[in-house]
Design a protein around this ligand. Structure first.
Ligand code: HEM
Length: 327
């Protein structure tokens, strides 16, 4: 979607995600973060899977609050999101009874079934919010108008869908990568503890490293040339965010985790008209979690290998086994 159509739809929710608006979520997010720290304390010295036990759930609860989805639906939202983004992952993809087919067609069919489930869920939500309006994004989208006309069903469902899915899986992945870095590079923890104002740059480096959105596609609107490669109008181009974030002309030693990069002009959130709407929220969630966790940690060490969700679209660590000692 481009031009005014995109601009008008984006404008509907943009103010909700601006730095000033999300500030009011600080208390609620900090409470979730401190609950996580307490749970980790209770498991001190034990092997925990930081990804599945914590990182997956934390941003999910935040986005469900903003969207206005009841917290008891969290397991359903999580499963649908994982089935959607994990459609290439044998552990996460939706399995039809008795199905062992892993062809592209079977994968497409499974993904459409997941989309259909989301659709049913969001249609019910729309109906409810039209009858019982509240101060949430579901109510805003249920009643949204552009140029005096209600937005169409496809636009509304697409909107719910991107906020409900991309709004947490990406943040979870980046949070896990930040924790992985703490466990692999022990010199980071004391530096961050001595100066908590370094946390935002630590997070930016984790975002660069994680690049949880693997790719999006663009269609060329005109003939052009990029570094000697001819691009024709209507050609399809793949934007590889992870590759951009390891561009050795921009990032010296790109495969090194280095929170001292200045500037750290990573493209994990994209760039241009479609730049991530939730970037400030995602960074705030990560910052608050590590502001709560870092001062309480004595040590975090690897307790096994981190592995990844099989996905060429959106994904990150599936399991991150670590052991935490607390102060
Ligand atoms: C670490 C977390 C996140 C990362 C790495 C991320 C990354 C991205 C990327 C790469 C894009 C595409 C940009 C482009 O096409 O050029 C995008 C778009 C988008 N993201 Fe995020 N995102 C994150 C979190 C969130 C959150 C928390 C929300 C919550 C609302 C969100 C909502 C959106 C929306 C609505 C778009 C579409 C924007 C548009 O097309 O105008 N994202 N994001």
């Amino acid at each position: 979607m481009d031009g005014d159509e995109h601009k008008n739809l984006r404008a509907l929710t943009q103010s909700w995600f601006m730095p000033n608006s999300i500030l009011k979520l600080d208390g609620r997010i900090r409470k979730l973060a401190s609950e996580i720290v307490e749970k980790i304390r209770q498991q001190e010295g034990q092997r925990i899977d930081f990804s599945t036990d914590y990182a997956l759930h934390y941003p999910l609860h935040v986005i469900m609050d903003i969207l206005g989805v009841p917290q008891e639906d969290a397991p359903r939202m999580l499963m649908l999101t994982q089935e959607f983004f994990g459609s290439e992952d044998s552990d996460l993809k939706r399995k039809s009874p008795g199905e062992s087919d892993s062809s592209g067609a079977a994968m497409g069919k499974a993904m459409m079934a997941v989309v259909e489930d989301f659709k049913v869920y969001f249609e019910q939500l729309t109906e409810d919010r039209r009858k019982n309006p509240r101060n949430d994004i579901a109510t805003l989208l249920a009643n949204a108008q552009v140029d005096g006309q209600p937005i169409d069903e496809v636009a509304r469902l697409g909107y719910y869908f991107i906020i409900a899915t991309a709004g947490h899986d990406t943040t979870s992945s980046s949070t896990s990568v930040a924790m992985w870095a703490l466990s692999r590079f022990p010199e980071l923890l004391p530096r961050l503890q001595a100066d908590l104002s370094l946390i935002p740059q630590f997070i930016d480096e984790a975002l660069r490293f994680a690049s949880p959105v693997r790719h999006f596609m663009r269609t060329a609107t005109a003939d052009t040339e990029i570094r000697g490669r001819v691009i024709r109008k209507d050609d399809w181009l793949m934007l590889c965010y992870g590759s951009a974030n390891r561009d050795e002309e921009v990032f010296p030693e790109p495969f090194k985790f280095n929170m001292d990069r200045k500037p750290n002009r990573h493209l994990a959130f994209g760039i241009g008209n479609h730049v991530c709407l939730g970037q400030h929220l995602a960074k705030m969630e990560m910052r608050i979690l590590f502001e709560e966790l870092i001062p309480k940690l004595r040590q975090v060490e690897p307790a096994g290998e981190m592995d990844f969700v099989a996905s060429n679209f959106v994904g990150g660590p599936k399991h991150l086994p670590v052991r935490c000692l607390m102060r």
